[in-house]
Design a protein around this ligand. Sequence first.
Ligand code: C5P
Length: 290
Amino acid sequence: MPTPTTLRNVLAPAKLNTFLHITGRRPDGYHLLQSVFMLIDWCDTLNFELRTDGQITRNDINPSTTGPLPTIDLTVRAALALQAATGTQLGAHIELEKHIPSQAGMGGGSSDAASCLIALNRLWGLNLQRAQLQEIAQKLGADVPFFLLGGHGWVEGIGEKITPIELPKAQFLVVKPKSGVATPLIFSDPLLKRDTEAATITDFAAQPKSEVYSFGHNDLQPVAQVHCPEISKALNWLGGHGLKGRMTGSGSTVFAQMLSNVDLPKAPTGWQIRICSNLEKHPLVGWLAG
Ligand code: C5P
């Protein structure tokens, strides 16, 4: 089968961290964590067009919530890293349609980069296996390898030790307050608790289904609430609708499992809210080999 010259409507799903524990810190400053990364149906969309001149170009169909992305954003860096790793002479034009909020702890940029690696592996006919793509992904950011797993993951190390897990189908009310949070600011805060006792995947799997989404806590949340008071407001807002919220990643998005169908409540101006379902698998799982 000939390789395609365009790939359109390529999806990059967001993630929610159902919990996130910090268990230590490496000498290079990166944090050792344990977390469940869950894929949800809030997605960015990418289009790819083959370029035979080796150039990598990009344009944004709609700007991210924090304004225009830098010319060399994470998708372009992913493309350049894939070129460097394989020596391919091919290039691509990338169109990025942002829907996932930025500075939200939802992994939007990391997911875009992962979908870019998966799509360009196909567009350029490289036939790299998942593990080879994950090695490239690791250098782009701690969260990028997860988005190459194909499903939900139990994640350890700094984000590179990933075990597939099944999660019960569920719906979540996801709330991104107006302000965002810069990840390095939260991780570098002296007040961050970095010694949560290690859990095991067996502990997690032993939970009754009804308690899966209340397992553990997010160690980054108290620190992020200090830096971004809107997070507490969003948690209180969820509480006012009878929902117990939790922050994802380093924030500022919070979410709560919805146990019954309700109409989407009206949120304060500037907030983005959505009812999201978790995905059964990554939309590009069929393009991943190995
Ligand atoms: O790897 P990435 O660029 O996504 O990480 C952003 C920042 O988050 C890093 O510069 C680091 O400060 C912090 N981080 C960390 N430990 C992790 C992941 C991220 O300290 N496991």
